[in-house]
Design a protein around this ligand. Sequence first.
Ligand code: DGI
Ligand code: FE
Ligand code: FE
Length: 189
Amino acid sequence: MDLRKLRKKMRKVQDEPRYEHTLSVAYTAANLAAVYGEDVDKALRAGMLHDCAKCLPDHDKLELCKKYHIRVTDMERRNPSLVHAELGACLAKDTYEETDQDVLNAISSHTTGRPGMSLLEKIVFVADYIEPGRTKAAHLREIRKLAFEDIDQAVIRILQDTLEYLSKAKSDIHPGTQLTLNYYLEQKG
Ligand code: DGI
Ligand code: FE
Ligand code: FE
């Protein structure tokens, strides 16, 4: 689907702040793609689609997971927001005509990351966190700079800060988030 059409679709299925965030992630991902030599158009599409399932009511999210045979853990059932990434990838393929597997993976892994992410996946994961509309996260100044200099290190810092935030907020930690951090720390050596 071309970008103009994707923008129209997302404007329909997202509330206004989410749509603004979506545009910002797409443009931030495009800039990161330019710096790291990734396909800018793929980065734009992945950014536009990454939260396509975010604004569905929780009940609809869980019903759609059934439809797409997405396994939902007890922890995800308690935090249905966490399924929006994997569900988003299914909707991107089915409803928004996305056929590129790397783009679909980038949507699927954007919340927790995953071990062995492709460059495009890292770009979307990082863009989601640093887009200019984000203001609340810790160390944003530092991480924004790092993102354009050493993307793996930016992935690590984001995961560390996310885990710290979640533990302070006494939220459940998704095993994927910890697994991804362990992988990138080990890879750094
Ligand atoms: O969809 P966005 O808000 O743009 O960003 P996102 O897809 O990264 O989701 C962010 C939310 O996901 C944020 O509130 C923190 C939460 N999150 C990320 N990892 C975990 C998590 N929540 C829980 N409970 N456990 C996690 O491991
Ligand atoms: Fe998201
Ligand atoms: Fe997002």
